[in-house]
Structure formats: C-alpha cells, structure tokens
Design a protein around this ligand. Sequence first.
Ligand SMILES: Cc1ncc(C[n+]2csc(CCOP(=O)(O)OP(=O)(O)O)c2C)c(N)n1
Ligand SMILES: CC(=O)[C@@H](O)[C@H](O)COP(=O)(O)O
Ligand SMILES: [Mg+2]
Length: 638
Amino acid sequence: MQIEPGKLLAQIQNPQDLRKFDKDKLVQICDELRQFIIDHVSVYGGHFGAGLGVVELTVALHYVLKTPDDQLVWDVGHQAYGHKILTGRREIFHTNRVYKGLSGFPKIKESEYDAFGVGHSSTSISAALGMAMASKYKGEKHRQHVAVIGDGALTGGMAFEAMNHAGVSDTNLLIILNDNCMSIDPNVGALKDYLTDITTSHTYNKVKDEVWHLLGKISKFGFSAQDVVSKVEGAIKSALLKQSNLFESLNLRYFGPIDGHDVNHLVEVLNDMKDIPGPKILHCVTVKGKGYGPAERDQTKWHAPGKFDKITGEIAKKITTGPQAPKYQDVFGHTLVELAKKNEKIVGVTPAMPSGSSMNIMMKAFPDRSFDVGIAEQHAVTFSAGLATQGLKPFCNIYSTFMQRAYDQVIHDVCLQDLPVVFCLDRAGFAGADGPTHHGAYDLAFFRCLPNMVVSAPMNEEELRNLMYSASLYEGPYSIRYPRGQGVMLDWKKELRAVPLGQGRIIKEGEELAILTIGHIGNYAKDATGMLKAEGLNPAHYDMRFVKPLDGALLHEIFGKFKKVITVEDGCLMGGFGSAVLEWMVDHGYHSEVKRLGIPDEVIEHGEQIQLHRECGFDPEGIAKAVREMMGITYAKR
Ligand SMILES: Cc1ncc(C[n+]2csc(CCOP(=O)(O)OP(=O)(O)O)c2C)c(N)n1
Ligand SMILES: CC(=O)[C@@H](O)[C@H](O)COP(=O)(O)O
Ligand SMILES: [Mg+2]
C-alpha cells in the first residue's frame, strides 16, 4: 500500500527541494512529515515514538545544512525515518524493514545522505568527530559535521569518550542532544537528573537567556557570529556556567535548552551556530511520540508498537489460532523471579532493556534486587562482576548483539577471575527486521573461546528454565542464549530440574546420519526429521544443549555410530557450534563426513527470521535438503 504524502511533502524528493521552500512553510512540512510517518508505521510497523519526536529537528537540519556534503550522523538511527523520507526514499519507504527493502536504520550503502551506519547506540559523536577531523586534515573548511544523540544514548560510555576527545579538538563538531527523558523505558541515572536540572534551573536559564539575548542584539548591529561568540565568550565561560555545566567543563560550548519542536527557532539557532567555531552542543528538549496522543502517553509501548489503527490507537494483535507458547524473554523474567524467591543472592542486571528482556518482571517483584544501569553494557558486565565478588549471584541479561560491546569486560572482569555471573543472551540468532546491526550472530563463537565460560542454549522453554536453574547453582561464568520470539511449549511451567554440566540429549534415534543442533533451532531439525520420515529417511537428532563443555561421551557415541553428521546453529559458522564439533572430532581421531549449517561469513540483511533462516539454508526445508544431499538422495522433480 502506497502512503500518500501531503501537498508540500509530495514536492520534496530530497533536501534541495526542501530548501526551496520559504521558512513560513516549514511548520506545514513538519505536519505532513509527521502524518506520513504515522500513516506509514500504522500500516507497516517499525520504530515510531523516536521518529515523531525529531520531526522538527530533521526538517530544520536538512533545511540549514547542505546535506549530503555536510555530514549528519544519527545515533542509533531508530529515529531517522523522517530523514529517510526527506532524502530520496519516500516513494520506496513501504519497503522499510522488509526483506530486500530499505533498512530500518541509516546505512552508508543505502544513501549518500546516510553519513554513517548505525543501530547500536552512542556511536554518533565519535563518528562525527572522526569525520570532522578528517575534513580538517583535508582542509575542507566549509563542511559541517553534526551528531544527533538522544539522552538515552548519551548514557553510553562511548559518548563520553568522544566528548572528552571533542572538547580538545579544533573541529566545528555540533552535537545535538535530543533530550526527551526517555530511553526505550524511562531513562535512568544521575545524568538524566542532571539534564532535567539544567532544563529547569532558574539561575542557569537566566544566565543562558542573557547570553542568547546578547547574541541576538549584537547580530542586529551586523557583527559576525564569531565576533558575537568571542564577545559573549566571557559570559558563557563565566564561573557559573563553567562550574554548573557538565558540557562546558568538557570544553564544549553549550547552547540551550531550547524547544526541539519549534522548527523556525531551530532553523534560526542552527544557522547562527554554523558560524560558531569549535566543538559545541545544542540541548533540545523534545517529547517522544510528539503529535500522536497514545504515543506521547505511553512512550515505552509506542517505541516500536508494530502495526496499529491510527484512528483508535489500537495496536494490532498477532493473528493466532488457539493458545500460544510464551516468548522466551517472558520465560526468563518469570523464572528469574521464581529462582530469586528461593535464593536471596540472586539479583538481576539490565543495560536499558527492562521491557525488551522482561527484566521488568524481576524489577517489579524485587525492586531492590534488580538494576537498570542505562545503555551501558560494559558497565553492566563489570558491575555484575563486582556483585559476584561479594557472594551475590547476578543474572546479567544482555541482547546477544549488545553483548558485543562488553567483550573485554566478560574476559577481563569475569572469565579470568572465574566469577559466577550468569549471562542471559536474549535475541540470539537473527533479530529479524532490525537487520545485521541487531542479529545475534557471533556469541557462540566469541564466548566459546573464553576460559571458564559455560556456553549453553535451550531448545525450548522448559530447557531454558532448567539451564537458568543449573546456572544459579554453578560457581563460575555461565551463558545461556535464546532467540527473539516465542518458544514451542504451552505447558512450560514445569518443576525446575538441574541439567548436568555439558550434557546433551537425544531427541530422536536414527540411522546412517545424525543431526546435531544447539538451541531453539533444534525445533527446525525436528520438523525436518518429520518431513524426511514421510520420505522413508530416518536421520537421528541430538540436542547438544552445550557448546562448551561439549558432551564428550555423547559425541563418542555419535561419531562411533554415524559416518555422516550435520550440525545446525543459528550463529556464525566460523568458530561456532559446528566448528567446536569438528575440532572435537579431529582431536578424537574420528573421520565422519560433517556438514555445517549456520550463518555464513557475510552480512545477512534484514527480513523475517524465517526468510533469513531460509536464505542461509537452515530452515526445516534447508535442513531436510542437506540430509537428502548427504545421503545421496535425488528426486527427479523437487
Ligand atoms: C548499545 C545499545 N544498547 C541498547 C540499544 C537498544 N536501544 C535502542 S534505542 C534505545 C533507547 C535510546 O534512547 P535515546 O537515545 O534517548 O533515544 P529516544 O528513543 O529517546 O529518541 C535503546 C536502549 C541499542 N540500540 N544499542
Ligand atoms: C533500536 C533498537 O535497538 C531497539 O529498539 C531494538 O529494535 C529493540 O529490539 P526488540 O524489538 O527485539 O526488543
Ligand atoms: Mg531519549
């Protein structure tokens, strides 16, 4: 379905078209852009509230900057739908997040206007500073470099590393802080309180207003912005500002807070700032979900609501028949509470994903024993390590993809010290529509090479519960990975049972060929063996449960019996589960023929999980095909 743009938006294919409009049309353009996003997401789904909150900023930035020559970096990129729509992609926006369509995030290969590829947070200042520094090196004085970062993303340590550097750089970097007091869930931490303080502080705003006033006055007398700045420098850098403003103390000129929904004022301010030399930050206050009532009222729910009825605000429910298996994340949340009730040492840690990981269930049941530490994966891991040194049992839940951020912390702070932290890696395997920045492709490979680390994955909800229980009893680092979405069991709340360390299990006896799987993807192998049975083929199926330690006894049995083996994992083929099995086989002198199915060594784009599994050849049909091929079965017509 093609979404119809409003009258003015229809005339805008790219920012050059936008810049042809008089300033007095910008409010209408913003209204039409906002409506287009509402119309689009209501039909196709995707990220929502963040995009609505930056409509005015998006229009103002493209109006004032000479994009794509000026470089605009969006942090995370979930808010960049307006940017995409204004930069040549409106007519194909219906393919956003769809298999083979536009990416839901800015992406260098997709458009010259996407200065940097994003998806993970807190990268924008570093990237834009790198660009600004490169421009300086190349003598490109005319170019502007802008990073737009949210208050949530600003809690990520990397943003501070970048500001620390930017403050002593002689670049024209402009950081726009889009402050809406929200992450996906409400933003947390002292920085959030600080931002609220400087937004509401009377003394602070009085000084700031005087400075802005002075700036305005002097401009009228025809001085250049540089003159203005040097004249007001004294005031801006007055003891009060310097001491009371975090950004000023990092040597970034601080402007604001200003209303991020006043497009005309934004244009004025951005124009003025263009001529102000040196690194600077503009603090804009916005409302997540702006302009769509339900999204303003329940900002977490409307972060990425899926499809909805734009008139009633009713979010579409998945069409289902009969009772449904739970989401893995909810099994995690409920089981953690169950374990915490039995063991007072258990605590929960999440870096800014209480709703996404269902840690919010624990936060509700045990507010004093659960911690949302903000977008701070590195800190989440080392903080968990600290808790563990004191005899507590942290369950640190991090999406597989975001765990990439904290690799050294896992090695240095947990594994080398053999501390009993349990890592629950949600969204392992393909994330789906979020695409490659969010796929949990690498964790099996990057965790299995770490000393002391247990690497496990449940095939279903009951197994997840049992692995969590086993992890709670284990005296060392223990990881459990599971995918985005639903499990396979209706009756999943079974009594908890400890799984012996490194013990796999047989799912189905068979002949000639064995399929070895790890985790939820084993259910595809189950489907495949069902399909093959109808063809008279009878491969065996084993759910190995652990990539480390591997079940040596079971592997001796398997390689002793089967000359053909297929491994299946929803992780990267290089170094993952299949690699571990191959290494084991060679080390133990077996010579079976082994085929590994999993994610190849290339970037797999976005799409529905099943589409991506199919593309990589490990959906049920792909597994069945691999079995047939290995068994030398060819059908005339298939
Ligand atoms: C490293 C990392 N951790 C977690 C996330 C998940 N995430 C995506 S958006 C978001 C909230 C970002 O908040 P903010 O930057 O304030 O943007 P807003 O949505 O409020 O506009 C989070 C936690 C992520 N993308 N990257
Ligand atoms: C942009 C981002 O990183 C998050 O919003 C992410 O898309 C959430 O993913 P889930 O929907 O799987 O929780
Ligand atoms: Mg925010």
